[in-house]
Ligand binder design. Structure first.
Ligand code: C2E
Ligand code: MG
Ligand code: MG
Ligand code: MG
Length: 285
């Protein structure tokens, strides 16, 4: 019968579910420890470039976890878990701290005058006091606010639990911080919120770049976003540009900034530092 079937089904799957949640619990506990110690967590930086001459315009900070047994773990594997289990505001604060401290270090070496962009989770806007944490961290390290950018996805921006986010973004921009909509085009993409939200930049998602220039739909969508952004006076940065063909397509349609493997992969801070040194010497020589 269906009932017996159900019981069998339950019995068959219960053990593997337990194994799965055990694994998650283990990862979660290890992540808590890593966060408490700080030593296994790391920020990588992926540089952002002007499309026309390749010059540096900024960089995105991307979280990495060097696990003692499993090696390098990417954020897609642990951030969703951290978000579900309440670790995210703390992890997000660590990222902000780390990024601003790195900016301060580079500045003290006369190196970096380019903004570093950090990704924010919805819970950072909902819980905790994001604004005062940002401002006090920048003050503590004496880093100008214009050097910090915040990347928010459409789902974060439109999360109702965060309330009306416009005045909060406006206040952050008044302080000097920059705001970008991340993964633009993959979320709700309502044109109404673009009109209403105070943002500086759209990050055109890699999904629309991948099959350029051959895919007609992607070509149409990315062209339309670029035209619209121009009309709204918003900068667009194309994510995930891997080929010269993609770059040429975007350049021809007025896209000015780019981030992707064609230019650079996310790298540890000391490797980016080498790049910053080179770009400085090319500016001053
Ligand atoms: P994202 O914010 O959209 O970051 C861009 C992702 O695209 C990064 O993946 C980057 O390595 C990847 N990428 C850049 N250029 C290319 C390319 O040319 N080809 C391909 N195939 N990939 C490219 P990553 O570092 O694995 O991060 C994945 C996502 O995890 C991020 O997407 C972001 O949503 C999230 N994330 C990373 N760090 C943080 C963080 O500190 N806080 C929060 N809340 N989320 C983070
Ligand atoms: Mg991002
Ligand atoms: Mg993105
Ligand atoms: Mg993405």
């Amino acid at each position: 019968s269906a009932k017996r079937h159900g019981r069998n089904h339950d019995r068959r799957f219960r053990p593997s579910l337990e194994v799965e949640s055990d694994r998650h619990l283990t990862i979660l506990n290890e992540l808590r420890q890593a966060l408490a110690q700080g030593s296994q967590l790391d920020l990588y930086y992926q540089t952002q470039h002007r499309l026309d001459d390749g010059g540096l315009v900024g960089m995105e900070a991307l979280l990495r976890w060097h696990h003692p047994e499993h090696g390098l773990i990417l954020p897609s594997e642990f951030i969703p878990l951290a978000e579900r289990h309440g670790l995210m505001p703390a992890l997000g604060s660590w990222v902000i701290d780390q990024a601003v401290a790195q900016l301060a270090t580079w500045r003290s070496q006369g190196l970096n005058v380019l903004p570093v962009w950090v990704n924010l989770s919805a819970l950072q806007l909902i819980q905790g006091d994001l604004e005062s944490h940002l401002i006090s961290t920048l003050n503590q390290y004496r880093v100008p606010a214009r050097l910090l950018g915040l990347e928010l996805t459409e789902s974060v921006l439109l999360d109702e639990r965060a309330g009306d986010i416009s005045p909060r973004l406006e206040a952050l921009r008044r302080e000097g911080l920059q705001i970008a909509i991340d993964d633009f085009g993959t979320g709700y993409s309502s044109m109404a919120y673009l009109k209403r939200l105070p943002v500086d930049k759209l990050k055109l998602d890699r999904e629309f770049i991948r099959a350029l220039p051959h895919d007609h739909a992607d070509a149409a969508i990315s062209s339309a976003v670029l035209a619209m952004a121009q009309g709204l006076n918003l900068d667009v940065i194309a994510e995930g540009v891997e080929t010269a063909e993609q770059r040429d397509f975007l350049l021809a349609r007025g896209c000015r900034h780019v981030q992707g493997y064609l230019y650079a992969r996310p790298q540890p801070a000391d490797e980016v530092e080498t790049r910053l040194r080179q770009s400085r010497s090319s500016v001053y020589s």
